[in-house]
Design a protein. Structure first.
Length: 222
């Protein structure tokens, strides 16, 4: 029976990708905190949305920092035209969302287009997390719980978005809108909070195992 003690396996560039995963996790936690502060302090007062700008900026950097660990985890799936296409699309969406978040934090693009681009990046990463981790959950040399966790995060985001969208469309029925927002917000919020924590665990796997291999003394010849 496989457990989380299963070896992750080592690939070139695991250590820098692990550092990037740690960085993404830290940025994600700051972005979550800033978003919470915005809704708790600035939204009721109607501004000045300093925390909102921090959320946009750190969220943009988060998309960039998440790309190296996504690439390294994806390498455990193997190569192939469909695999390369999926990875390239995820990376491209992440770059676009990163640029969108950084630009809007400096008020250089409107809110509407920025939100649309950010949603492309979020959906792309969520699709990748759901599909890639579903496949990795059945790989004998990949930590099963880590894969299951990543899959749950991706599916959570993908399920939450249409529920929240339905809530927005149900504006003429306030009670239904409230329920849909609550359900979608709870599912999406859990996935949103879990994403940087999952990256923290990935960073520990990537950087920690590489460092462990470096510290391990070489076997002496018999």
């Amino acid at each position: 029976m496989r457990t989380d003690s299963s070896p992750l396996g080592q690939h070139p560039q695991d250590l820098p990708a692990g550092v990037a995963a740690y960085t993404a996790a830290g940025l994600g936690i700051v972005a979550v905190a800033a978003l919470g502060a915005m809704y708790a302090v600035e939204v009721p007062r109607g501004g000045p949305y300093i925390f909102g700008g921090i959320n946009d900026f750190t969220g943009g950097l988060f998309f960039l920092a998440a790309i190296p660990p996504i690439i390294q985890v994806h390498r455990r799936l193997g190569d192939g035209p469909w695999s390369r296409t999926a990875l390239a699309a995820t990376a491209a969406g992440s770059v676009a969302a990163a640029a969108s978040g950084i630009l809007i934090s400096f008020h250089m693009i409107p809110f509407g287009p920025s939100t649309a681009v950010s949603m492309v990046g979020i959906i792309g990463q969520a699709l990748w997390a759901a599909v890639a981790n579903h496949k990795l959950a059945n790989r004998p040399r990949y930590p099963r719980r880590l894969a299951q966790w990543g899959r749950a995060i991706g599916l959570g985001m993908l399920v939450a978005l249409p529920i929240v969208g339905a809530g927005y469309a149900a504006g003429t029925v306030p009670a239904l809108q409230t329920v849909l927002y609550a359900v979608g917000g709870a599912i999406g919020g859990a996935a949103y909070l879990g994403w940087p924590l999952w990256l923290l665990a990935v960073g520990r796997r990537l950087a920690g195992r590489t460092e462990g291999a470096r510290r391990r003394p070489a076997a002496r010849p018999a």
